[in-house]
Design a protein around this ligand. Structure first.
Ligand SMILES: [Zn+2]
Ligand SMILES: [Zn+2]
Length: 512
């Protein structure tokens, strides 16, 4: 018995070894490939950790915004830590830059030493707005903001790092009521400010009379108008500090989202983040990486004649390469020749009436080789215009019986799995979808369409997305999209966006 077990164990071990040997080459490259697909950090980007999670300002809105502008610049890969207490040097080791959007309790010896070493050894630090009084030991001063009080001693090394902080004075640091003022750059040769306009306007808090260190190099100031309760002086608002081998930037601006979204704030914050991490600035004046990307596709979205949920508009969100305008009726859309203004037409209307002039403009657009994406109920457009539904769309929802063919039918809210039946760039990212949406049945569908997607709902005809055989331009029909269950479904949004891109010639061209 014992021997049998041992023998089995040996055989099993051998089999396992064999299996591992067989699959090792597969597992090895496969896991490396997975890392390449979704890397831990994006290659070539500055690695940023935002320290947040407490503030007497609304960190729940400001921190995501700071993250977004950094990411949108194209230069940074950004993480957020909402509980900095306990972070060690090992946590920070992977990063190039820390952003402090924090006002709250001290972080403890280990974390604070780790942060000091991080900067001292040559990394970057950016602190924003209230982050220059969080560790200044100003419980009395801050009582007005925080009735519960924050009893803690100052963190001297942090204050050395940021170069200027709130003090009880005299004179006491504070700010006049929020108002509009002009921020002037006083050093326009620094990498952060070089090439920027000499000043910008903003609505924000204007901090005055900070305790400044001589080491702080001031980049921007603003006149603090005594008529608004200010000091009558030019107050420092942005500065840099060299701390050890590291670089620090502080901005007093950015009280809330409205202040943060000011173009002058976005520009200086992102450029300063790049400078603090690398010592140089490649971002342009708008705080974005210069790009060779083609201009966005110009999309005209046509609605009208049918109610719809406004969640429809969100389908285009997050697609910087699609710039869309909205015509609320087919008459508005086609009153002029639109060939020079748009690349892709997205029809989500429900229209029968169309003048000869409007027909001409629509036909000219389609015959010019532009893109057309027909969505959902727009399959019922122009029932009496045979050229449109037979040749261009390749399908028709019959609003009334046609001879012996009965009218088509619809049913709302049907659960369905929708799967691609051919490999195509339009469906490559959306793939199989599980959603609740309206189904159509009894449509006329051209035998010449290339069906992309098929629904398994018994109340559906089956084909729910296709490429029309129309030869002069790329025309795609997507039946899905009645309401918010589809509009808000991530794969549906990707499907529609990629259909627009493909009809506009922006996705890998695949033969129709
Ligand atoms: Zn504030
Ligand atoms: Zn519908």
């Amino acid at each position: 018995m014992d021997r049998i077990i041992r023998k089995s164990a040996i055989v099993l071990t051998f089999c396992l070894a064999l299996v591992l040997m067989l699959f090792a080459p597969v597992f090895g490259p496969a896991s490396a490939q997975a890392q390449d697909t979704i890397p831990f950090f994006q290659a070539g980007k500055i690695r940023v950790l935002i320290l947040s999670g407490r503030n007497n300002h609304d960190w729940r809105s400001s921190t995501p915004f700071l993250r977004k502008v950094l990411v949108d610049s194209g230069r940074f890969d950004v993480r957020v830590e909402e509980e900095p207490v306990g972070i060690t040097a090992a946590t920070l080791a992977a990063y190039d830059l820390l952003v402090v959007d924090y006002e709250g309790p001290r972080w403890g010896d280990v974390t604070e030493k780790a942060l000091e070493d991080f900067v001292n050894q040559g990394k970057g630090l950016v602190a924003v707005h209230g982050a220059n009084y969080t560790f200044a030991g100003l419980e009395v001063l801050l009582d007005k903001h925080k009735p519960s009080g924050l009893k803690q001693p100052p963190w001297p090394e942090y204050l050395q790092m940021i170069g200027g902080w709130w003090t009880l004075g005299p004179p006491k640091t504070d700010h006049a009521p929020r108002h509009c003022f002009t921020v002037k750059f006083v050093d326009r040769e620094h990498p952060i400010t070089r090439g920027l306009p000499e000043s910008f306007r903003t609505s924000d808090e204007l901090y005055h009379s900070p305790q400044m260190l001589p080491a702080a190099h001031i980049l921007a100031t603003a006149f603090d108008d005594p008529a608004n309760g200010g000091t009558g002086k030019d107050e420092p608002l942005m500065w840099t500090v060299n701390y050890g081998k590291g670089s620090v930037f502080y901005t007093a601006l950015g009280h809330d989202l409205s202040a943060q979204q000011e173009s002058g704030y976005v520009s200086t914050f992102t450029r300063a983040a790049e400078w603090a991490a690398t010592g140089a600035v490649t971002l342009s004046a708008d705080g974005k990486l210069p790009t060779q990307a083609p201009p966005p596709l110009r999309v005209l979205v046509v609605t009208g004649g049918h109610e719809y949920s406004t969640t429809f508009y969100t389908v285009f969100e997050g697609a910087d390469d699609l710039h869309w305008e909205h015509a609320v009726s087919n008459h508005m859309a086609f009153k002029n020749d639109i060939r020079k203004d748009f690349d892709v037409l997205v029809l989500y209307d429900f229209s029968q009436e169309v003048s000869e002039a409007e027909k001409t403009n629509l036909r000219d657009f389609v015959e010019a080789g532009k893109g057309v994406v027909v969505l959902h109920h727009a399959i019922a457009d122009y029932q009496d215009w045979d050229w449109w539904w037979k040749e261009v769309v390749g399908g028709k929802y019959l609003l009334k019986p046609d001879g012996s063919t009965p009218a088509s039918t619809y049913l709302h809210g049907q659960e369905q799995c929708v799967r691609p039946i051919v490999s195509h760039p339009i469906t490559a990212r959306s793939r199989t979808m599980h959603l609740w949406d309206e189904t159509y049945k009894g449509m006329w569908i051209s035998p010449d369409v290339k069906v992309l997607l098929r629904s398994d709902a018994p109340t559906s005809d089956g084909p729910v997305a296709w490429i029309s055989p129309y030869p002069k331009s790329r025309v795609v029909y997507i039946q899905l999209g009645h309401g918010e269950t589809a509009h808000l479904y991530p794969a549906y949004r990707v499907l529609v966006q990629d259909a627009i891109r493909w009809t506009g010639g922006r996705l890998d061209a695949e033969k129709k």
